[in-house]
Design a protein around this ligand. Structure first.
Ligand SMILES: [Fe+2]
Ligand SMILES: [Fe+2]
Length: 301
């Protein structure tokens, strides 16, 4: 019997080179994967049949934290915009208000993109169909985040559009041609994935006295993470030789700008480490249960 190979020996950097032919093949392989995982698209509702089943399974078997947050009004006062000093927050509220602000950016970005990319009927290429499914997955993530808030009895969470200028910036994004848009789109997926790994790492500590709620949040998070891990490879697959170098150079400024905008970030996460880990990212850092259910481009293994 041969000794098991360490996982790190089986993965290459996400910034590893790829050929045009490999990328064409990988779009087909991703497309098969995503349909298997998501089922049919219900385009008018921005939904996917298997994702709906998943969400229904969580909702019909709800888990709620044993005790309320120390001060639920602190959450409601600060989740959309920060009004109080985050240094005075308990860790649970701090993580939850952060999570909302992050998810809200996602929600605004995908809502803007939805109206501007081809519908399924208009799609001519596999990569266009992939993008349509991709957005429906992201809409599901917002629903899964919503379920996280409900796990902590936060039933009054509303999805508030960003202010006029930020909303416009997101609105313009999908109009850029693909080679310009692809590196930042890839880096923002990588940023999401790194963040989910860092959230996963602090769950045990933050929710130590709420084991059931913590496990539920982790289960919801890992569903999102499984999609996001696949998104990282899929968005990487849009990028050629020069774009991949541009992407690596964009990691640091994009991460820093994004987190500077969310006041909770620096009290919860080591942003320097996140930047470092993103630049060095390969799939060996992912949890085994996520790897098993997700997708990796062939040139990264
Ligand atoms: Fe996402
Ligand atoms: Fe994503």
């Amino acid at each position: 019997m041969s000794a098991p190979q360490p996982i790190s020996a089986r993965h290459r950097s996400i910034f590893a080179p790829s050929t045009e032919a490999e990328r064409v093949e990988n779009f087909e392989s991703y497309w098969a994967f995503t349909q298997r995982r998501d089922g049919e698209i219900l385009e008018d509702r921005r939904e996917l049949t298997r994702k709906n089943e998943l969400l229904a399974a969580f909702q019909s078997n709800p888990v709620r934290s044993r005790r309320p947050l120390p001060d639920p009004e602190l959450f409601y006062r600060n989740y959309v915009r920060m009004h109080d000093d985050p240094r005075t927050f308990d860790r649970k509220t701090l993580l939850l208000t952060f999570l909302y602000k992050f998810a809200r950016h996602e929600w605004v970005g995908i809502s803007a993109a939805w109206d501007r990319i081809p519908s399924m009927a208009e799609c001519r290429k596999t990569s266009e169909r992939i993008s349509r499914y991709h957005l429906c997955e992201e809409f599901t993530h917002v629903r899964l985040f919503h379920e996280m808030f409900r796990t902590f009895h936060l039933d009054r969470v509303e999805w508030v559009p960003l202010g006029k200028w930020m909303g416009r910036a997101y609105g313009i994004f999908p109009y850029f041609p693909e080679p310009v848009m692809s590196p930042p789109a890839f880096v923002s997926e990588l940023m999401g994935l790194m963040l989910y790994l860092h959230i996963d790492a602090i769950l045990d500590d933050v929710f130590a006295d709420e084991p059931e709620a913590r496990d539920r949040v982790r289960a919801l998070l890992r569903e999102i993470m499984t999609d996001e891990m696949a998104h990282v490879g899929q968005r990487r697959n849009f990028i050629g030789k020069i774009g991949i170098r541009v992407s690596r150079a964009m990691v640091e400024p994009m991460f820093r700008a994004f987190y500077a905008d969310i006041p909770e970030s620096k009290f919860l996460f080591d942003i320097d480490r996140m930047v470092r880990e993103a630049k060095e990212f390969d799939y060996s850092v992912m949890p085994a249960d996520v790897i098993q259910r997700s997708w990796i481009p062939s040139y990264c293994t």
